[in-house]
Design a protein around this ligand. Sequence first.
Ligand code: ZN
Length: 94
Amino acid sequence: MLVKAVECGECKSIVFSRTEADVRECTCGRVIVSGGLQYFTYETHPGTPSQVKKIEVGATPTILYNDWYSLADQYGLVVPTDTEGHENKAVYIA
Ligand SMILES: [Zn+2]
């Protein structure tokens, strides 16, 4: 499933909002997304470079809702691959 997300130019993490009530920030807190899949919107701290992109997430809207509701927080924040080469959960499309 393709999801609109925002990449933070400071911490390089990518965040997306899972449900309408989900407010999520990037690792450094400069990018904040909300509104869920349908009403996606975001804010950045002044001067923070950011880029909106579509990412492929291996989950359905129901899985994302449950992830948010149960506070499992498995989805919504994609941290850049670390130096040990662990894979990201998301694949870049654009
Ligand atoms: Zn950040």
